[in-house]
Ligand binder design. Sequence first.
Ligand SMILES: [Fe+2]
Length: 343
Amino acid sequence: MPKVSDYPHVGKAIVDAIQRGAPDVDLNELPNLQDMSPDKLTENVVAINSLDKNERRKYLLERLVQYMHTYVKETNLTTEEWMNAIQFLTKTGQTCTDLRQEFILLSDAFGVSALVDTINHPKPKGATESTVLGPFFVEDARTVENGDAIASEDKGEPMLVKGRITDTSGKGIAHCLIETWETDEDGFYDTQYAEYEQDCRGRLYTDDDGYYAFRCVKPVAYPIPNDGPVGQLLRSMGRHVFRPSHLHMMFQAKGFVELITSLYFKGDIFITSDAVFGVKSSLITDPQQVKDKAQAQKYGFKSDEFWLLERDFVLVTPEENKKQKQINDDELKKNLEKNHIKI
Ligand SMILES: [Fe+2]
């Protein structure tokens, strides 16, 4: 069958575009897209997109188009509202820089990041739950010895975090990489300082039996970046922009699924209304204050008292993750079907 370039009277612009990689399609294979009534339009877009040879992308875009079209019809979206949305997304893109990702923030603020994480990292009973990574992780944190400090002591109230990393049977995981990062007592990450100087973050490895310990400071609550379009939208909606205090932790060990999580602190005023939906009840901790000079000295603190946060983490293998995901996917499918949502 003839392709576009086989037709004798196509203009130079089309010939050039095809030479530069635009698909040289067979016109006879294309669906007829002439009836553009609201009902037919969705079908037309899906039909033309169905030429995609990538089955997963075809499926994802088919569902996206169907949901978007349903949304427009169901809400009776006005032209003005649609333009506002386009302008909002344009501003969101324009706010992104090498150091700032406003689109991730948008995804966070609407719970999409948390949902994608939860669906992709389901945990069997007893395994530590994951949560959102957030925008403040850096790749090149310095390595400290197991038991050492990841934060300067003047950055906040001193805290010792210790525990064990195990598999689901309780066996310690040796040489597991732990990455951890947190705010200082003012609620700022080091990457937010006027002059970036690494602090309140570090990496360390568990010992032969999976035990770990490090000194840090007690992190505090902070606002998500809120001077851009996402912050403005949340303000207009009357939503606050704060995250409860938390300690980010990430674990990597051979033979286990990477775990990205955070520990939250009981009593934080934002614990029940995290702006990015990161809190899970299993991740809430309750550090104890230790007022004992000898203990403080034993762990290397200069002060006479410190917060003690004891916490074990349980990692899963790829097989355990896969098995749990299948169980959860089946459950999700059943619920969607129950609500008459076809997938
Ligand atoms: Fe954070």
